[in-house]
Every structure is written in structure tokens, then in C-alpha cells.
Design a protein around this ligand. Structure first.
Ligand code: BEZ
Ligand code: FE
Length: 296
């Protein structure tokens, strides 16, 4: 098709894609083209801005490597990850969901850890945390045999893969819920942290004059045949950034009750302040599948 003018571009592209064999791929690409063209027209995109945008995309790719995922970071900071998460969990928004974005720091093969065991694998100063969790289905029945991945930042706000002073897989573990649907573990209380700003997402956040911190949280990924994989985070209720998460991950259901204690420590080596967390996860019926790991 010969293009006569600006108005002819969108229909020509849609026509060229008509032969797409996969119906869903056709639907997605048609909508993407229509919205992308409408976007350029709405903002009257200049050639310089177009070049900047292309360079931004290229920089996302170049900044991504085995230990850093800039594409996920970009999607997270513009709220796209949370939007997709809430659209696809909790019966398309019909019910409250305990799901949250995966983030860029989940690793496969975290060490299997016995129920009640510790995920502290190298000296990690900070207040001790005891987490006691229950997994149920939507009818309130306890779910046994759920595989649960846990990962978190240290009390200084760094994941082990960002911090040479931590052992490999420190503050990561894999648990199996028991016959009563329970799993528990010992750790240290996570701290809030700044997201990485060394790539194009950093330029974006600085240009928008945004605070670039996440409130403290634990990450969980729950996997069981017959249930939709539950990827989530449980936030520290006292965190000052709870209502200012740079990646929009905090929903009401995910604010945990982290209780500070000064006595009755559950282990003899715990002195001074320690924290406890009791949390119940509800899994929806669905398909169990693992996400693609953002880093190795
Ligand atoms: C995280 O929670 O691990 C995370 C999520 C989004 C951006 C950066 C970190
Ligand atoms: Fe995190």
C-alpha cells in the first residue's frame, strides 16, 4: 500500500499484519500499533523525542545482564507490573488478591530449608525476625505441600546478589508447608531500600523528581499443583515509605503485622529487640507455573 499522508499509516500497518496466524498475537499487536500511533499523535512527538525514546529502549537492553534486569525495573516504576498483576489475580479484580509484582531479584533454586529453619546464611546484623505463616485455599482449607520461596533484603537494604559481604543465597530459602498448611522460619527484619538507578530508569526517576525507595518487605512465591502460583510481598507496617513505594507494590492486603518484642525471645541466642510476623496466604485455583527468573 502506498502511503498518501499521516492518516494512512495506521490502517496500512494494521492491514499488513492481518495475516498473523495466532489470533491472540494479532489482537495484541493491532492494539499496540493503534495505541502507539495514537500516543505519538496525542503528544505530537518530535524527531528528537523519538530518537531519545529509541535510545532509552536500547539502553534498557544494554543495562540488562545476568544479575540485573532493567526491563522489569522500568515496567515496575511506571506501575505496569502492578497493573498486570492485579488484572490477572483475584478473579480479574473481582476479589481482593494477595498477589504482588515479582520484582527483579527472584532467583531459582534457593536452598531447601527445613520448616522453622533460618535463612540467614552469613553474619547479618540486625533485629531477628520469626515468621509464622499459614497457607489456605479460597474455602479456608489449609494447604499442605505448598513449595514456598522466600527472599528479602538485609537490614541494610541490600539483596545478597548486590552485596559482596553476604554469602550466596543469604536471606533466601525454600520451604514446604506442613499438614496444617503452616511454614515458619527465622530471619532478620528487612529494611527498605533504594532501587538501582545506574541505568535509564535512574534518568527517568531523577527527571520526575521521585523518591526512589521501596518500603521494607519479604518476598514470597507459593507453588502447588492445581493452584495459581502466588507471587507476593508482605510489607513492614511501620515503614515510612508504605504509601510511597516507587514501584506501586503496596496494597492493603499486603501490609503485614510485624510485632516488635523486647522479651520472651523464642531462641536462647536472641537478646534485645526482635520481631514476629504472622501471615496467612490464600491461593486461588489455577495453573501452577514458575515465572521466568529475572536474574541468574
Ligand atoms: C523488589 O522488591 O525486589 C524490587 C521490585 C521492583 C524494583 C526493584 C526491586
Ligand atoms: Fe524486594
Amino acid at each position: 500500500m502506498i502511503i498518501e499522508d499521516e492518516k494512512g499509516v495506521t490502517p496500512a500497518v494494521l492491514k499488513a499484519m492481518e495475516g498473523t496466524t495466532n489470533a491472540r498475537a494479532r489482537q495484541i499487536m493491532e492494539a499496540l500499533v493503534r495505541h502507539a500511533h495514537a500516543f505519538a499523535q496525542e503528544v505530537q512527538l518530535t524527531e528528537e523525542e523519538f530518537e531519545y525514546g529509541l535510545d532509552f529502549l536500547n539502553r534498557i537492553g544494554k543495562t540488562t545482564n545476568d544479575v540485573h534486569n532493567e526491563a522489569i525495573l522500568f515496567s515496575d516504576t511506571i506501575g505496569f507490573s502492578t497493573l498486570v498483576c492485579l488484572m490477572n489475580n483475584g478473579k480479574n479484580g473481582a476479589s481482593e488478591t494477595a498477589a504482588a509484582l515479582l520484582g527483579p531479584f527472584w532467583r531459582m533454586h534457593s536452598p531447601k530449608t527445613e520448616n522453622g529453619g533460618s535463612i540467614v546464611r552469613s553474619d547479618t546484623p540486625g533485629p531477628v525476625l520469626f515468621a509464622d505463616c499459614l497457607v489456605k485455599d479460597q474455602n479456608g482449607n489449609p494447604l499442605a505441600g505448598v513449595e514456598i520461596d522466600v527472599w528479602q533484603s538485609s537490614p541494610v537494604g541490600l539483596y545478597e546478589n548486590q552485596d559482596d559481604s553476604q554469602a550466596d543465597m543469604n536471606l533466601r530459602g525454600k520451604f514446604i508447608s506442613d499438614a496444617q498448611g503452616r511454614f515458619s522460619f527465622r530471619s532478620v527484619t528487612p529494611a527498605g531500600y533504594p532501587i538501582p538507578l545506574h541505568g535509564p530508569v535512574g534518568d527517568l526517576i531523577r527527571a520526575q523528581n521521585r523518591r526512589h525507595f521501596r518500603p521494607a518487605h519479604l518476598h514470597f512465591l507459593l507453588l502447588k499443583e492445581g493452584f495459581k502460583t502466588l507471587v507476593t510481598q508482605v510489607f513492614v507496617d511501620q515503614d515510612k515509605d508504605l504509601d510511597n513505594d516507587v514501584v506501586f507494590g503496596v496494597t492493603r492486603a499486603l501490609v503485614g503485622n510485624y510485632v516488635k518484642h523486647t522479651s520472651n525471645a523464642p531462641a536462647p541466642d536472641v537478646t534485645g529487640e526482635w520481631y514476629s510476623l504472622d501471615y496467612t496466604f490464600v491461593m486461588e485455583k489455577g495453573v501452577a507455573k514458575l515465572p521466568h527468573p529475572p536474574i541468574k
